[in-house]
Design a protein around this ligand. Structure first.
Ligand code: URA
Length: 240
């Protein structure tokens, strides 16, 4: 008998989507097990015995896994395809890895920096789920008006969209006519979180760049270029 796993985990193992995205696929009625539509969560499948399809296409376990770091430029969306036909981060990858790979979380259209991509749904789950508390560090260039009280509020947590952010690490790096450069580490990944956090303390983010996820750093990877993660980085991200 094959291993029994939850359906959303199996979909992730097949590299079709992250676990969370897989739950949405199930809820949307796009998944069938042995030809029967399954739209409730919690169903289990036996690997190697049950046939699972998404949008009518049978899925199978991924043999080769890819783990990639990209230095995303401004002006690209962090999805595989865009409804407005804007350039996507996948356009920046080479042909042989373009297929079946998806971004780990997302960066806004106007944000640049470190973006991970993979076909390993469990990896996505480990890196994006707040319970694993991986810090994501950004350099924000902000406009005038950041006060000590504002910095302390960011450190303690601020209210955005009826939600209080968890404590952040905040450090002022420099300040000149171009703006104030702030290094900020957050442990969640809400939609436009860093921009909204600064908005909550009355300052506008002019530029935003992600420079690290946990201990994995963008380093000097040029803008628009990608590289494979090292074994060490993959192991660290899967186990931290
Ligand atoms: N916070 C933001 O505001 N934007 C991003 O792209 C990532 C984090």
């Amino acid at each position: 008998m094959g291993e029994i796993v939850r359906l959303q985990k199996y979909i992730a193992m097949c590299g079709k989507a992250s676990r969370r995205k897989a739950e949405e696929l199930i809820a949307d009625g796009r998944v069938k097990v042995n030809g029967e539509k399954v739209s409730e969560q919690g169903v289990k499948v036996e690997i190697g015995a049950d046939r699972v399809s998404v949008d009518g296409e049978e899925i199978s376990l991924v043999s080769k896994k890819y783990y990639i770091m990209l230095n995303k430029p401004v002006g690209y969306v962090s999805t595989v395809s865009d409804q407005f036909d804007r350039p996507t981060v996948v356009d920046l990858l080479s042909e042989e890895i373009k297929t079946r790979i998806f971004p780990v979380g997302r960066l806004d259209y106007e944000t640049e920096g470190l973006l991970l991509l993979t076909n390993d749904g469990d990896f996505t789950y480990r890196v994006t789920h707040p319970k694993f508390e991986l810090g994501k560090t950004y350099i924000a260039t902000v406009g005038a008006g950041l006060t000590v009280a504002g910095i302390n509020a960011l450190k303690r947590g601020v209210k955005i969209d009826d939600y209080k952010t968890s404590p952040a690490e905040v450090e002022i790096l420099d300040s000149n006519q171009g703006g104030t450069y702030v290094k900020i580490t957050i442990h969640e990944g809400r939609n436009r979180q860093v921009r909204k956090m600064f908005e909550a303390v009355g300052v506008k983010v002019k530029e935003l760049k992600r420079v690290s996820i946990g201990k994995v750093e963008l380093g000097n990877l040029p803008l628009g270029r990608w590289r494979y993660l090292t074994e060490h980085e993959i192991h660290y991200l899967l186990n931290s």
